[in-house]
Every structure is written in C-alpha cells, then in structure tokens.
Design a protein around this ligand. Structure first.
Ligand SMILES: [Zn+2]
Length: 252
C-alpha cells in the first residue's frame, strides 16, 4: 500500500465530488499508476490540466506516482506563473480550430458567426469526433467528460453551461478569442468560407423584396447559402455585440 497527497486547484474542483473539493486528498493506491490516470480517476479530464508538480517540481502526465508524494494539479488558464520546463501537450498552430460533439449545433453556429472554424455534424459519433480532432489538430468542445478522457485527445474544453450563448462566451474566454472575432466570414450552416458575390449571378434566387432593396451579397463557397444585410443580419450583428460585451475584466 502506498499513499499520495493530491491537491486540485481552482476550477478543477468543479469536476470532483463535493466533499473532496478544496482539500488535500489522501489517496491510497496499490498499483503503479501514472499521474494522468490518477487525476482522471477523480473524473478530472486531462485536457483541463495545465501544470502538475510533485513536491513543487514540474512533472508530466507519464510521471509514475511514488509513495508519499505531494502532487499539485493546476487548471488551464488559472493565471498561474508556471516555469515552462514541462509542457503537458504540444502547442496548437494558430488560428485555433474547433470541433463540437453532437447536441452542440447551436454552439457551432455561434462560433462560425464569430468567424471561427468549428466543425459539427449530428452524424459524428464520439469516436469520429476524437479522430478528427487528433488528425486535424482541432480543439474538442464538449459536455462529455469521457470524450475528453480519451488517450488520443490532447486539446479540449469541458463546457460548464448547457446554454449555447453562455457556452460561446466560455470558449471565447478560455482561449482568449475576443480580439480574433471576425463576423460574417464563415457560413453558420456548414462552416464554409463566405465570399462576395455579384448580384446578377444570384438574382434568380432572391425574393422580390430582397432583390429590390439589397445590392451586396455574400455566398458560402461550400453550400452556396446567400447572406445579405437584411433583418437576420441585424439580429446576427446584435448577437456579435452581445458576445463582444462579455469580454472579461482582465481582457479589457
Ligand atoms: Zn455553407
């Protein structure tokens, strides 16, 4: 029998059973285990962890926990000033790209509205979402902890809210995306890129009033959906302003 003292910091406590939140957890174990497996045995997805130390010295996920160790586990974006000696996961190329799992279609549409590349299909199962995330280096956004705990996943975020607008604000904050918002560059239906299109080339697809009152149109390169500055565009602009208004105090 061996024992370890585990200290989960900050928002990592969201994941663990209430009686263990914010306290030193004395965990007794028999089998050799990596710190990653031990963290996940408390239902904390590894994607939520930014920095881990044993006796104050940085360790990686593969560290085999020894008897009497004191392990501190810190969340992503905790504001901690950690020495950059042990990186837990490879850095992602910019701009960041995303994939959401099934049931999160409205989050995907909001992310696209703000200009972010965000894949979604209600035909993807969890295995496909995980493989696409790995192969295309996409960040998974999900409410499914088990999906984030898959070995092949390196980058992901567990959405705290089940309301799509609040989820969008969570993602903007987590990945510091407020300054990268570019509305109306991406199709909210399919994630395709929007391009300006000459009115005469699409005139036959417009309703009479739209044809009469509008001259500037955008079309999705992939699904050919047409966008113009009509009433739905005003609603979308309002929504973009709502998201922008939620920039956190520290980012102002
Ligand atoms: Zn489209």
């Amino acid at each position: 029998m061996a024992q370890v003292r585990l200290r989960f910091h900050g928002v990592l406590n969201d994941f663990i059973t209430p009686v263990l939140r914010g306290v030193d957890i004395v965990h007794v174990f028999e089998r050799k285990a990596s710190v990653k497996d031990m963290i996940e045995s408390f239902h904390v997805p590894h994607t939520e962890v930014e920095w881990i130390s044993a006796q104050g010295i940085a360790i990686d996920f593969e560290h085999i926990v020894a008897d009497r160790e004191v392990i501190d586990i810190y969340p992503v974006a905790s504001g901690g000033n950690f020495p950059d000696t042990v990186q837990l996961r490879p850095a992602l190329a910019l701009p960041l790209t995303f994939i959401v799992d099934s049931n999160l279609g409205r989050l995907a549409r909001y992310m696209r509205l703000l200009g972010f590349d965000c894949l979604y299909s209600n035909r993807f199962d969890d295995g496909e979402v995980a493989e696409i995330a790995r192969d295309q280096q996409r960040i998974i956004l999900t409410r499914d902890r088990a999906l984030l705990q898959r070995k092949m996943i390196t980058h992901g975020y567990y959405l705290r809210s089940d309301a799509p607008k609040l989820q969008t604000i969570e993602v903007l904050r987590r990945y510091d995306l407020f300054s990268s918002i570019k509305p109306f560059v991406r199709c909210t239906h399919c994630n395709g890129i929007l391009c300006e299109v000459a009115k005469q080339s699409i005139e036959h697809r417009l309703e009479p009033l739209t044809r009469e009152y509008f001259d500037t149109f955008l079309m999705c390169e992939t699904c050919h959906q047409i966008y113009w500055e009509g009433s739905h565009c005003i609603r979308m602009e309002h929504l973009v302003e709502v998201f922008r208004a939620n920039i956190s105090e520290s980012e102002k």
